[in-house]
Design a protein. Structure first.
Lengths: 195, 166
């Protein structure tokens, strides 16, 4: 649900990072926050537990620059990944313009990835979106770990449409901005198509 | 995508700002915000310089969404008013036209009763503006590319997108 303000010539889009617990959603946001220029970013808000697990959401507003004379802002949100926070995840998907699914590359986390992906499809449907048409990018995170599954095998398990895939190691910052760029591209293309 | 995007035009934006400025004066509030249910800030009236408005918008929307969830759990359609009382400052949050959120921040120079009274009147006026805005959005959409408000993205290129990331 993009917000276009002709009076102040601004466009705001909402991007949601989805994925299983501990896959690196907050780490993605943290890296963007650390590496963005002051002035283009707002405060990073984390509603987290005392042990730094996301409780409700993380939020980072980011000003990307101007497209065709319109100031373009992205509001980045993460969802809590832990299974029992499903009610919160549903709320955060409200009004989403683009989704990034952060998949954990470790072999032992594949079941959790698949469960979270199924959950994403269901929750999108619950908000009136179709997983097959919403702007969507998948990130294969933690590529640097020795237990990481091959990209080909992960594709077979997790890719359900012809989505852009970005390999990443969010803790080191690799692939984080590439993922954001990929989703920005599909979101803006969708805006172009949708109107 | 579900539902229309929100589009704000100059005329309605000025109407909204006018209603909010009046609400702020009439209710003796410090600052008044209008936020959409997805956490986008729409307009502000009053001294908002010391407040991080973007964060306020997103947290308010999260708060309202969570409260909405609670309402549905117990079989209510919505809780249309939320009130947070602080030591010095208070926040009054209300839903306008089931679509946008009106946030009034006030201190001891005002009172909950006064704020509620003034918010009620402003809400009715805002609801009218939003009804008109939705009708206009539909009309512009039907006109499509011929509209004076044709989407700024109609000719977007990959280069435009790449330029955003420097």
């Amino acid at each position: 649900m993009t917000f276009i303000n002709y009076a102040s010539r601004e466009i705001n889009c909402k991007i949601v990072y989805y994925g299983p617990g501990l896959c690196g959603k907050t780490t993605n946001l943290q890296h963007i926050y650390d590496k963005s220029n002051i002035g283009t970013k707002g405060k990073l808000i984390s509603l987290a537990t005392e042990t730094d697990r996301t409780l409700f959401f993380d939020f980072l507003p980011l000003e990307l620059g101007t497209v065709r004379g319109f100031k373009t802002r992205f509001h980045l949100y993460t969802v809590p990944g832990q299974v029992f926070y499903d009610a919160s995840r549903k709320l955060i998907l409200k009004g989403v313009d683009g989704v990034i699914f952060v998949a954990d590359s470790q072999e032992e986390r594949m079941d959790a990835n698949i469960e979270a992906l199924d959950n994403l499809v269901t929750n999108l449907q619950g908000q009136g979106y179709d997983f097959n048409t919403i702007p969507y990018v998948i990130q294969f995170n933690k590529r640097d770990l020795p237990t990481a599954m091959s990209v080909e095998d992960m594709k077979k398990l997790l890719c359900r449409r012809n989505e852009p895939i970005v390999e990443a190691c969010a803790a080191k910052g690799t692939g984080v901005f590439e993922t954001l760029r990929a989703v920005a591209k599909v979101v803006l293309q969708e805006l172009n198509r949708g109107q | 995508m579900s539902g229309p995007d929100i589009v704000m035009y100059e005329v309605e934006f000025n109407l909204i700002k006018g209603i909010m400025a009046k609400l702020r004066t009439d209710s003796n509030a410090q600052v008044v915000f209008l936020v959409d249910k997805n956490g986008q800030q729409i307009a502000t009236a009053g001294d908002a310089e010391h407040i991080d408005a973007t964060s306020l918008a997103s947290l308010t929307a999260g708060n309202v969404a969570a409260t909405d969830g609670l309402a549905k759990l117990i079989g209510e359609r919505e809780f249309s008013i939320l009130f947070h009382e602080g030591e010095k400052d208070n926040i009054h949050i209300s839903i306008v036209a089931s679509r946008v959120i009106l946030v009034v921040i006030f201190d001891e120079r005002s009172s909950l009763g006064l704020v509620r009274l003034r918010v009620k009147r402003a809400s009715a006026e805002l609801a009218e503006v939003f009804a008109g805005l939705l009708a206009k959005m539909e009309l512009e959409k039907a006109k499509g590319a011929a509209s004076e408000h044709a989407t700024p993205f109609s000719e977007i290129t990959d280069d435009d997108i790449d330029a955003l990331f420097g």
